[in-house]
Design a protein around this ligand. Structure first.
Ligand code: BF8
Length: 655
């Protein structure tokens, strides 16, 4: 057990790792030990972009790099270590942007089908958001029906992907100063697909060979994700499935039920999950489950799909990225239903140790050895029922080795930008004013977005949790998405009572007054676009400067692993946010490129990258940046005064 403990700090995970070992089932935590990371690839010093290579140009080990060493570090074509590191980095941005944006494209096409009446299972749930977005896009409302407006909106938004000229429409949502900066730098994205294609072209052998120029295209591509594909996905999902508002639920493997048919929905796009949420309660399906000896169907989520259905329906979450295999290891999972992104190929072999059916549903993501039931939005209800029947039929096949760990934690989620606006300002005067005022008076020191994945190269959940606790202890309000949000939720940080237990006095007093947790769940990774909108709302409300880069805010992905995380980080940086990543940093092979991104970026974008695997040190870097911004805004004194009062009070209490 001792060796298992350092793999995760989550008790349910620890118990399931031990069970997998007993059951002789190979899982990600085992492979992380047997498959070592390639140090040359990890530092970005391997170029595999042509067949004269792959060329490896690693930094010299155990000694400082000399100018002579630097000259020798070239690929066969002559590419320098700088070009190679930057090219690798930009390709990660392109892949991450492609993933988020292809999700966005699929959402727009489902939205158009809905508007044209081709998807009877779905409807427009947030009419107000539909009309607001239509107005923002210059679409005439008048006495047109919602469907007519939605068709024009969908057709306008689908063109954002293939646009060749001009700039993305949502860029206009950013503070004016930021828009001007993007135009001046030439990084305002034209069309989403165009930027991904150009990034791939410029990183092809023998094209763009100036790392600064490459990284500009990296910014333009990443901005096409954050202010393009991701933002379109979030907005249309809200219109179709409802804008999230506070909802109570539970998280961790303990949400699985011994006496029900357990179905996990895993991946990213919410269309199927939405329909499964409805159909799992359908009387016909429940009766069918009972006919097989189960009490009903228990639907739970995994990874970002989990966040989607949690935020809108309160469906419980079984776990984050590194727990996907472990849900099967319980022996109590009848079906794992997957669509796209962050789905481990090992699910099939883990399932072979138990009875679980792995069901792929998307034509873009098939897996050898899995069952494929293609999901079609046009026949959503039938498709969802067919999947649930397969799961129910599998219930009697459970083997003897069933054990569901008891851990499950209460949480409150659903903090969309709109919800924060209402909670802070009230329904009729929605505003970020109270947040800005409390930042200005120093009760809240600043705001941090802590997002991203779980990574088997570090102790699962520990890095994020340590960082988040350090931030809230220092009065920094934390906004979260993705698998990082789940780590905090499992540890009990996403209930209002956590404020008095973990937050500094200033932050706790605000959370208690408003009734919110000190750590706010804003949704899936795609919903990092909500954080951009929240930051912009803070700028527009006044008193904290006139650009995102003026705000006392910072970002982090302490346990990142996916290329999407790199795209997200780059769009945060290019939007003016100081962003710290943990685990490993993919341009370490070039000091010049790394310094450029860590230092010079600040002069260019007002936001820059940092790498710090130690979560306390990383949190301190974020707090130092927040304090620097407070000083520049001239609000550092108010904070000092509040601190002085608290110290005085503690001294008085201790006397
Ligand atoms: O998009 S946080 S492991 S699930 S990549 Fe994947 Fe990372 Fe989780 Fe969602 Ni985001």
């Amino acid at each position: 057990m001792a060796e298992v403990v350092k793999k995760s700090i989550d008790q349910a995970t620890i118990e399931m790792i031990a069970k997998a070992k007993t059951d002789e089932c190979n899982i990600v935590f085992d492979r992380a030990e047997t498959t070592k990371a390639c140090p040359i690839g990890a530092e970005g010093s391997c170029c595999s972009m042509c067949a004269m290579g792959p060329c490896r140009v690693p930094l010299p080990r155990g000694k400082e790099e000399t100018p002579e060493d630097k000259k020798k570090r070239r690929g066969v074509c002559g590419a320098t270590a700088e070009t190679i590191a930057a090219r690798n980095f930009v390709r990660k941005i392109a892949a991450g942007t492609a993933a988020h944006s292809d999700h966005g494209r699929r959402v727009v096409s489902a939205f158009l089908d809905l508007a044209k009446g081709k998807t009877p299972g779905y409807q427009i749930k947030d009419e107000q958001k539909l009309l607001q977005l239509a107005l923002d896009m210059g679409i005439k409302i008048g006495d047109r029906s919602n469907e007519e407006i939605a068709i024009e909106l969908g057709e306008t938004l689908i063109r954002e992907f293939g646009k060749q000229e001009g700039e993305l429409a949502f860029l206009k949502r950013a503070p004016l100063k930021r828009q001007e900066l993007w135009r001046k730098l030439g990084v305002a994205p034209r069309g989403i697909d165009r930027e991904v294609v150009e990034a791939m072209h410029r990183t092809h052998m023998g094209v763009d060979q100036d790392y600064q120029s490459l990284l500009l295209q990296g910014s333009r591509t990443a901005l096409a994700d954050g202010w393009g594909g991701s933002m379109i996905a979030t907005d249309l999902q809200d219109i179709m499935f409802g804008t999230p508002s506070p909802v109570a639920s539970q998280i961790n493997l303990g949400v699985l039920k011994e006496d029900e048919v357990n179905v996990i929905i895993h991946g990213h796009e919410p269309q199927l999950a939405e329909m499964l949420a409805v159909m799992s309660r359908d009387p016909e399906i429940v009766a069918y489950a009972k006919s097989k000896g189960a009490k009903g169907v228990n639907l739970a989520g995994m990874c970002c799909t989990a966040n989607e259905v949690l935020m809108r329906h309160g469906i419980p979450i079984a776990g984050n990225f590194l727990q996907q295999e472990l849900s099967i290891v319980t022996g109590a999972l009848e079906a794992m239903v997957v669509d796209v992104q962050c789905i481990m190929q090992s699910l099939v072999s883990v399932a072979q140790c138990y009875h679980t059916k792995i069901i792929t549903t998307d034509p873009r993501a098939k897996m050898e050895g899995a069952m494929h039931i293609e999901f079609d939005d046009h026949h959503a209800a039938e498709g969802a029922k067919a999947i649930l029947r397969v799961a129910i039929d599998n219930f009697p096949n459970r083997k003897k080795n069933v054990y569901i760990p008891p851990q499950k934690t209460d949480l409150i989620a659903g903090f969309s930008h709109e919800t924060i606006n209402y909670l802070l300002g009230g329904l009729f005067r929605a505003s970020y004013r109270p947040l800005n005022d409390n930042i200005i008076n120093g009760r809240i020191r600043g705001v941090a977005g802590v997002v991203g994945c779980s990574n088997a190269r570090v102790t699962h959940d520990e890095v994020q949790l340590t960082m988040v606790k350090e931030l809230i202890k220092n009065d920094v309000l934390v906004l979260q998405t993705g698998c990082a949000a789940m780590a905090s939720a499992k540890a009990g940080l996403m209930v209002p009572e956590a404020a008095s237990q973990y937050a500094g006095e200033g932050l706790a007093s605000v959370c208690e007054a408003v009734g919110i947790p000190p750590v706010l769940h804003m949704g899936a990774c795609i919903d990092n676009s909500r954080i951009l909108i929240a930051a912009t709302a803070m700028v527009k409300d006044g008193g904290l400067g006139d650009d995102i880069s003026d705000l006392p805010v910072a970002g982090a992905a302490p346990e990142w692993m996916s290329e999407k995380a790199i795209a997200i980080g780059q769009y945060f940086v290019a939007s003016g946010v100081f962003t710290v990543f943990g685990v490993t940093w993919p341009t370490m092979g070039s000091k010049e490129v790394t310094n450029y991104m860590f230092k010079d970026f600040e002069k260019i974008y007002g936001g820059m990258w940092a790498f710090e695997p130690d979560p306390i040190k990383a949190a301190q870097l974020m707090i130092a940046h927040i304090d620097k911004k407070r000083k520049a805004l001239g609000i550092d004194k108010s904070r000092e005064r509040v601190l002085y009062d608290m110290t005085m009070r503690r001294q008085l209490e201790g006397a």
